[in-house]
Design a protein around this ligand. Structure first.
Ligand code: CA
Length: 519
């Protein structure tokens, strides 16, 4: 409780503290603990969501959550890859503290304190359904049913308690939602519940639900202004392997002349599904590709269009399924006492800098969507611009639950910022980031840095050894590395000091050693 009380005492004074932050026991008697549904997708970019300003994407249900609650404009991740982000959620700590730094090398140690343990102690039933992908089976939850690894889009297997693999017919976003609603129906209704709905969407290789194939084929997506980035002054960016031009694979990713027979998902299709899939990708898309006989920029731009068309189509099913959850809450008189959150494990490039994938501290992968509806506490249409981090997700959920936030959690609850936006709550002025996974799969050099309201300073290491500085006010696309610009000398000194303060605050001693050795 100490942390929450300190933060809110500054913000509200003690009178309001008693309203928002009663301990669980008091809250049970005075205010019912709300149910909490945490919908976590995979690689869903904020720039591909209507509520974040996209005019093409069909995301009415994510938009509905945002309109009926709050939208965070600057929700940043601590380490922009999937497993590590989920580990940040579970622990409320940075990767160097929870031990899960890289998807490829690490398995998450489930035997550490998880925020779901605290929820359970506070009287919640807890469940995680869908994608988890942490290399370990879930621990300490009342119920779980998770996709093995990355999972399949069609007719997916699930690992069900205690450790059985079961195949379910259907499209993964539907199945995850079916299982989730089924669990809500069967839960013990005398207790509040916390449920993570973990979506596989919108992860590579973007196999849409058959009903959504071609949903965006009439759209000509605008190329991002910096699609043809030449990476001048940014050595790490120039050495990545995640470009639409070179890395995105025609066969594997875009299903052109697809090696269907050997595709692990294709082999799970029914004959009817095979026919529809083949009609679309072989008879329509591959034929179009062959007819055009593309090369150079035309080929790259065609790949960009196909990438976005499939990606957006995959998101259609997920959004529709979020709508099913919202409808279920309405129809079962649960909407008023259920907090619903939608977020993604990190951001994603939709052609900015010529890329897909994530990893870099640059805006599109650093920032991830986050919308929350909390009736009677968060006013409809709330917008928040504070520097929120995904290490704050766990303590915020605990705060909503009226549970004690353990001292070892590094994040802070941002509930006060949303519930009482007019009060000038003290909040961080820099958000710390550290990425590790190198060289596979996308050859992005490890780096750490901070994002402030206006600036970003980054230290790359492990093969390149340099600094980058961006002024987001004058250069929101992060094209101009200002680190050696004499006009910014004072800013650089100030930001390096701030970076060191953050490193010390969060006890990232590996980064400290690199920082102390660098110029
Ligand atoms: Ca991800």
């Amino acid at each position: 409780m100490q942390k929450t009380l300190q933060a809110t005492a500054i913000a509200f004074g003690c009178a309001s503290v008693s309203f928002l932050h009663m301990n669980a026991q008091t809250q049970n008697t005075e205010k019912k603990q709300p149910n909490i549904i945490f919908i976590l997708s995979d690689d869903h970019a904020y720039q591909a969501i209507g509520a974040y300003g996209n005019k093409i994407a069909q995301t009415p249900n994510i938009d509905r959550i945002a309109n009926e609650g709050a939208l965070l404009t600057t929700n940043l991740v601590a380490n922009s890859i999937s497993g590590p982000s989920r580990a940040c959620l579970l622990t409320g700590k940075y990767s160097h503290m929870n031990g899960f730094k890289e998807n490829e090398k690490d398995d998450f140690d489930m035997n550490q304190l998880l925020f779901t343990d605290v929820l359970k102690q506070s009287g919640y039933q807890t469940a995680w359904i869908g994608k988890m992908h942490l290399g370990s089976l879930p621990r300490g939850l009342d119920f779980w049913s998770v996709l093995p690894g990355q999972g399949h889009y069609y007719n997916p297997d699930f690992i069900c308690q205690p450790n059985d693999t079961v195949r379910f017919d259907g499209y993964v976003s539907d199945v995850v939602t079916d299982l989730s609603l089924d669990w809500i129906k069967k839960r013990e209704s005398s207790k509040p519940f916390f449920l993570v709905i973990g979506h596989k969407a919108t992860h590579r290789q973007w196999l849409p639900d058959l009903q959504d194939l071609g949903a965006y084929d009439d759209i000509n997506f605008p190329l991002p202004e910096n699609f043809y980035d030449n990476y001048e002054g940014r050595e790490a960016a120039s050495k990545q392997d995640m470009s639409i031009e070179k890395t995105l694979d025609l066969k594997r990713d875009l299903k052109v002349h697809g090696d269907y027979v050997n595709h692990p998902s294709y082999n799970r299709f029914t004959d009817e599904q095979k026919k529809i899939f083949q009609n679309y990708y072989e008879d329509k898309i591959t034929r179009e590709f062959d007819d055009k006989n593309l090369s150079g920029k035309e080929l790259t731009e065609w790949k960009f269009q196909r990438y976005l068309k499939d990606y957006y189509a995959v998101a259609n099913s997920m959004d529709r399924n979020i709508g099913r959850v919202l409808d279920y809450l309405d129809e079962n008189n649960l909407a008023d006492n259920t907090v619903i959150i939608y977020t993604s494990d990190q951001g994603f490039y939709m052609g900015e800098h010529g890329w897909f994938d994530k990893r870099f501290i640059y805006e599109e992968s650093l920032k991830t969507p986050f919308v929350i509806r909390y009736p009677n506490v968060i006013k409809a249409g709330t917008r928040n611009d504070n520097l929120i981090s995904n290490i704050d997700w766990a303590p915020t959920v605990l705060d909503i639950a009226g549970a004690k936030i353990p001292d070892e959690i590094q994040g802070e609850s941002f509930l006060p910022l949303l519930a009482k936006p007019k009060i000038n709550t003290k909040w961080r002025d820099a958000s710390y980031y550290h990425y590790y996974e190198f060289p596979e799969p996308h050859h992005v050099f490890p780096h750490f840095g901070i994002r402030t309201e206006r600036y970003k300073i980054v230290k790359f290491y492990g093969g390149v050894d340099n600094w980058e500085l961006y002024d987001l006010k004058t250069d929101p696309q992060e094209m101009c590395n200002l680190i050696n610009n004499p006009e910014y000398k004072g800013i650089v000194t100030e930001l390096k000091k701030k970076l060191k303060d953050q490193i010390l605050k969060y006890k990232d001693y590996e980064a400290l050693e690199i920082l102390d050795k660098s110029k």
